[in-house]
Design a protein around this ligand. Structure first.
Ligand code: HEC
Ligand code: HEC
Ligand code: HEC
Ligand code: HEC
Length: 185
């Protein structure tokens, strides 16, 4: 019951946060299900996960969250690195928005050494999850309530800062305009 309510409520929060990009949103993870309730009062605040987690890339996440992985794979976020032409694939100006964790010690470096952080991957929205994965690997096949709480408390359901705005609503290409040869006209 608590789980259901929480999922519904998060969906509503997300709708508010994402309003500006909503119109073009593909119907895939992380976009919320229909019939979400607006009652936020019964939900306790999200605990902060361990702060010192390394980035581990989408393949690790997919090993336990296959459904979300399949859904994310269909979104444009999964392709944001691939759409960069060769010569921009090592350009830090582009990589900060077209990869995950660029500039952080364990974040994207280059496509050879960190292929599963190329593009806007799971950890862009959930934060780095290395410790979360470690914690969850210790559990058996069935989770009791205490284990489930440990699992959930070790990663953000959604990073609390409005990360969407960092890339989408500050005229993303003002300082790094889409190169001439890549424009439609
Ligand atoms: C070893 C298995 C395992 C791995 C690897 C793993 N998770 Fe999880 N994750 C879980 C379990 C178990 C839960 C508890 C709830 C559930 O069953 O979905 C969970 C819950 C979550 C939640 C919900 C948090 C909440 O507050 O409700 C998110 C988001 C999440 N994981 C994201 C990720 C991301 C991103 C990665 C990769 C960086 C990842 N997970 C890697 C097992 C794993
Ligand atoms: C501040 C974040 C940011 C930076 C920096 C950035 N991009 Fe983007 N890029 C975006 C976003 C967000 C989109 C999605 C479309 C939009 O909202 O403008 C996008 C879309 C694109 C597209 C799809 C076509 C288009 O123009 O909509 C291409 C190609 C692209 N970027 C290339 C680049 C290149 C090359 C660089 C570096 C010179 C770069 N981007 C730097 C955020 C950024
Ligand atoms: C663009 C942002 C974004 C990306 C990228 C993303 N997620 Fe999520 N994810 C969310 C949001 C937002 C929610 C919360 C939905 C809700 O509460 O209704 C969520 C919820 C979850 C949950 C909790 C269970 C659920 O489905 O509600 C898991 C597990 C999860 N994501 C795993 C992943 C994994 C694994 C990836 C990569 C393969 C991924 N996410 C990529 C935004 C994202
Ligand atoms: C690190 C940068 C970054 C962040 C953060 C980010 N995005 Fe994106 N997003 C992009 C880029 C780059 C594209 C362009 C993909 C393309 O044009 O192929 C994109 C594309 C999209 C699209 C597809 C638009 C279309 O034309 O179909 C949607 C919807 C979207 N983002 C929503 C979100 C939401 C919601 C969040 C916050 C939870 C978010 N984004 C956070 C970089 C980002």
């Amino acid at each position: 019951m608590r789980k259901q309510l929480r999922a519904a409520v998060c969906g509503v929060g997300v709708v508010a946060v994402m309003a500006a990009v909503w119109a073009t949103a593909p119907r895939a993870h992380p976009f919320p299900v229909a019939g979400a309730s607006a009652d936020v009062s019964a939900v306790e605040p999200e605990p902060a996960p361990p702060a010192d987690q390394p980035y581990i890339g989408f393949k690790e996440c997919a090993s336990c969250h296959f459904k979300q992985f399949m859904s994310w794979k269909k979104t444009k976020h999964a392709e944001t690195f691939k759409l960069l032409p060769e010569k921009y694939r090592s350009d830090g100006k582009c990589l900060k928005c077209h990869t995950t964790g660029f500039g952080k010690p364990t974040g994207f470096k280059d496509v050879e050494s960190t292929p599963t952080l190329a593009g806007n991957t799971c950890e862009m929205c959930h934060g780095p999850g290395g410790r979360h994965a470690e914690i969850c690997k210790g559990f058996g096949t069935t989770l009791d309530e205490a284990d489930e709480k440990k699992a959930r408390d070790s990663i953000w359901r959604v990073i609390p800062a409005n990360i969407c705005i960092e890339c989408h609503m500050t005229q993303a290409h003002k300082e790094s305009p889409t190169p001439k040869e890549m424009r439609d006209e």
